[in-house]
Structure formats: C-alpha cells, structure tokens
Write a protein that binds this ligand. Structure first.
Ligand code: FE2
Length: 339
C-alpha cells in the first residue's frame, strides 16, 4: 500500500518536472524601462503560451552580463533603447543574424542592421523643446540654431554620457564631419545655463520651471507627461513647445529601440515569434498609443497625439552606419567640454 503511494507520488513528480521542462519560454534581456512592455509581454503569453522571463538593467550592464555568460547565457533576445548599444553588442559577437523573411515584415532600410543582427522595434525623435512662455521659436529650426548668441545662458542639456545624445552627435559627424560636430558641442557648452544633469524628463521640468528655456529630448517623454496621472507633469508638458529640427535639411534625428537574437539563444524560435509579435500592426499601435513612440511598422496607425504633433521629415541615415561614429562622438563631447 505504502509502496503504491510512493510510486504514485513519484509519477506525479515526474509528470510535474516533465511539464516544467516542456514549458515554452523566451528569455529577454531588456533595457526598455517603460510600463507598456509588461502588458505587451503578458499579451504575448496569452496568445502563444510562451512565458516571457525578463532581466531588466541598462544596456551596458546587460552587455557585460552577456559577455560574462557567453555560451552559457540563457538570453534569447536583447532589447535596447538605442541602436548604438545594439551595434556594440553585434561587434562584441553577442548577437546572431535573423533573416528578414523570418520576420515577415519589411522595415525601412535605415531602421535595421545592414548585416541583419538587429531590427528596430520603435522609433523615437530627438527634438528641440522650449518654454512656450519665454521663447518665440521663430529662428529655432535646426540643432545648429542652438549655438546662436541669442540663446546664451538659456540652454539645458542632459549629460554627454547619455546614449541618446551620443547618437545625435554621431549623426552630425556622419552628415557634417568632425569639425562641425566639435564646433556645435563647443557652441552648446557656451550657451548652457548649467552643467548637464538629469534625464530627459528633468530637462522638461527645468525648462518649465525657468531654469533655462530650451533643451533637446525624445518626444515620447512629453507624451508620457501629457498623459500622466500626476497633474504637475501635465502642467509641465503643456507648457512646452516642440520643434522637429532640420525640416529643410537632412531631417530630425531619430533612433530606434531595437532587438537582436542572442548569440547562443536556447529558444531562438520563440525569440523570433516574440520579435514578429512586437512588430505586428496591433502591438506597434499599442506602443504608439501607450508609450508615444513612433511605430516602425508602416501599417500601424498613429494615435491622436502623434498626429497632432504632425508628420515630420526624419534623418534617414542608416542607424547601423551610425555605430561607426559612436566612439568619436564620445571623444568630441569630451574635447568640447560637454560633460
Ligand atoms: Fe527613454
């Protein structure tokens, strides 16, 4: 009798372990720090039965972890908030290629890696913002306009350690050359109201509070603040004007939050299923509606707020090419004194 019970227990245990072994998972290392992603991963699990395990940290930490883990890594998909870090992961041999056919969607050519190691997931525009109260934005059309004498002591900027700014400068180096980029950095430093500090949201708050009049931020932060449950955030965002720079020139600097399959992905197929899901019209619209990023899938409709901000010309330099200029961008920031 006891033997029978033990046998039954063993059988139950075996079937339980078998069940957990069979459970479909995808392990995501992500530096996206937005609420929407949790909800999207839950939707994915609901639709596919594949469980999403996430490790969240900033991209450099995730890349270091992948370097340490190498062949032992459980990571299937790396997601970052800037193509610069994906290029870094690619050249550190941490990613593997995925064919476009596997994804079943055609992205604009500047939004994915030339060698197919990573693909854009959402688009972000880095724009000029100004105080509606104190700035008449008449002569404010390009990033270059910010170095004019009239803005002396009125500019606030985030640190040059920030990848969003590094990519912006890399795009200037690519388009106009190193000397131009260095002069721009020096001009901005000369017009700064204070030493760089804080994140994009902090720049918006400081402009609103009158610590300075102009800054450069990613648009989705304005969208998030406009739709925040915090009434002070809403007030800040309503007091801010937006300019999409360089509309008569090369276009506004954009970047992507993007994704690449990890070199040793134990669940490659599930990673690709998740990529396809993230690129689907439905999820692209969800990201645009809830996080105010621009879709990379052209079939996705823009939500009302993005429509209100309007269509804009974007810089179509390949984000994969931009990787070449990243190290120079960091050096030029240092040379020009932008800390
Ligand atoms: Fe961000």
């Amino acid at each position: 009798m006891i033997l029978k019970r033990i046998l039954k227990l063993i059988l139950i245990l075996i079937s339980f372990t078998a069940c957990t072994v069979d459970e479909e998972v995808v392990n995501v290392y992500t530096s996206r720090h937005y609420q929407t992603d949790e909800e999207i991963f839950n939707k994915f699990t609901e639709q596919t039965g594949i469980k999403v395990n996430t490790v969240k940290a900033d991209a450099d930490q995730l890349i270091n972890r992948l370097l340490l883990e190498r062949g032992q890594s459980p990571a299937d998909l790396l997601i970052t908030v800037d193509a610069g870090r994906l290029n870094h992961a690619k050249f550190s041999d941490l990613l593997q290629t995925v064919n476009k056919e596997e994804l079943g969607i055609e992205l604009a050519i500047h939004l994915y890696d030339n060698d197919l190691y990573w693909y854009g997931l959402s688009k972000r525009a880095r724009v000029i913002v100004y105080s509606r109260e104190r700035v008449v934005p008449e002569n404010l059309n390009n990033y270059e306009d910010l170095v004019k004498q009239e803005w002396k002591g009125r500019i606030l900027m985030r640190s040059s350690q920030n990848i969003y700014n590094q990519s912006l400068l890399a795009s200037m180096i690519a388009a106009e050359g190193e000397e131009f980029a260095l002069n721009w950095v020096k001009g901005i430093v000369n017009n700064m109201d204070r030493n760089p500090r804080g994140n994009d949201r902090d720049q918006l708050k400081a402009v609103f509070a009158g610590n300075g009049d102009i800054s450069i931020v990613n648009t989705y932060y304005i969208g998030l603040m406009l739709n925040s449950s915090n009434s002070e955030d809403v007030r800040v965002a309503e007091g801010i004007g937006i300019i999409f720079p360089d509309q008569a020139g090369r276009g506004t600097h954009i970047n992507v939050s993007g994704m690449g399959v990890a070199r040793n992905a134990p669940n490659r197929e599930n990673a690709i299923k998740l990529m396809k899901f993230l690129l689907s019209k439905e999820i692209q619209e969800y990201i645009a509606e809830n996080n105010y990023e621009y879709p990379v899938n052209n079939e996705a409709q823009w939500p009302e707020l993005l429509l209100r901000w309007g269509n804009f010309k974007e810089d179509k330099i390949s984000l994969s090419e931009l990787g070449k200029y990243h190290n120079r961008a960091i050096e030029i920031f240092n040379e020009g004194g932008w800390r």
